[in-house]
Design a protein around this ligand. Structure first.
Ligand code: RIB
Ligand code: CA
Length: 310
């Protein structure tokens, strides 16, 4: 089976870091490039963190390019309260071995899309600012995008406001562009990712499995405690890793095609993914929305792959 060619646009962030590691640990995925966006923390930190994670797993061959340092229209609001100012609270901070490529995220994505023979999958696990740029500024190569898979949104409750999930809320204008693009789109939202949590016990399983596993355990030490204290949950949802797991094994996540629109007007519900779960609008489906996940198989896959990293 040919590996799925992927560009990952992310805002590391604990769960983004684990998504990068899962992609690199999986033969089903060929991670062609990583691009970064401001979201969880500032662009400087998300870019530095992507470089650090790739160093850790011996993949400094994968190019990293920095994208937008703020949303299209709104001011940047980060989740530093959750991820720490550095974006990867927990493990000892080390300097990356290299800087980002001398390209913007948009330039690197364009370079990859035009150089690959087969269409490429864009995975986005942060605010959709960079992906919106691809859609608006590279209309001539939309056909070279196989599909877009995002972590973001929710059919029901939000996690950053009562109505909105963080990635969409940070840049709802970018999300509107992506959801209206007509490019095949899968939304892995909170209904799925809130079941994809890891606990302290999982951290202990990983701690003894080499430096990458120890690094993930140190990420979880912080990330699990934050979610236990803030939400009273047993563990921390590894939101972003589900996008990669979905590409590895499409039977893990149950999806349903439906119409989803982004609220970019309301103050109360800004950034809400208004998902027509029961087809009441008659509007055409534009998104495959994740509704459920086989949690046990996800956890087994994730831990198994992470523990295999050198
Ligand atoms: O709402 C969860 C999402 O917001 C994840 O992508 C997490 O990394 C943060 O960016
Ligand atoms: Ca993220």
């Amino acid at each position: 089976m040919l590996a799925r060619k992927v560009v990952l646009d992310c805002d590391p962030g604990h769960d983004d870091a684990i998504a990068i590691m899962l992609a690199c640990a999986s033969p089903e995925i060929e991670l062609l490039a990583v691009t970064t966006v401001a979201g969880n923390v500032t662009l400087e930190h998300t870019t530095r963190n992507a470089l650090r994670v790739l160093d850790l797993i011996g993949r400094a061959d994968i190019p990293v390019a920095a994208g937008r340092d703020r949303p299209l229209l709104r001011d940047l609001s980060t989740a530093a309260v959750m991820h720490g100012e550095s974006g990867l609270a927990g493990p000892l901070e080390v300097e990356p071995s290299r800087g980002p490529a001398d390209l913007t995220a948009l330039e690197l994505i364009e370079q990859v899309l035009v150089s690959e023979v087969e269409p490429v999958t864009l995975v986005a696990t942060g605010p959709l600012t960079n992906i919106a740029d691809v859609i608006t500024q590279l209309p001539e190569i939309h056909g070279r995008i196989r599909e877009i898979v995002i972590m973001g949104g929710a059919v029901e409750l939000g996690n950053w406001t009562p109505a909105a999930e963080f990635n969409i809320w940070v840049d709802p204008d970018a999300a509107k562009i992506v959801f209206e693009s007509g490019i095949p789109l899968t939304m892995i939202g909170l209904e799925v990712t809130h079941k994809a949590w890891l606990t302290d016990e999982h951290a202990e399983q990983l701690r003894g499995s080499g430096r990458p596993g120890e690094f993930v355990a140190e990420l979880l030490d912080h990330f699990v405690k934050f979610h236990q204290d803030r939400f009273g949950w047993p563990g921390a949802p590894i939101h972003d890793a589900v996008t990669i797991a979905h590409l590895i094994d499409p039977t893990l996540v149950t999806t349903l095609a439906m119409n989803v629109q982004i609220d970019t007007i309301s103050s109360l519900c800004m950034g809400r993914t208004v998902a027509d779960r029961w087809s009441v609008t008659g509007l055409p489906a534009n998104v495959h929305v994740g509704l459920d996940i086989d949690r046990d198989r996800f956890v087994t896959l994730l831990l198994g792959r992470l523990s295999q990293l050198a």
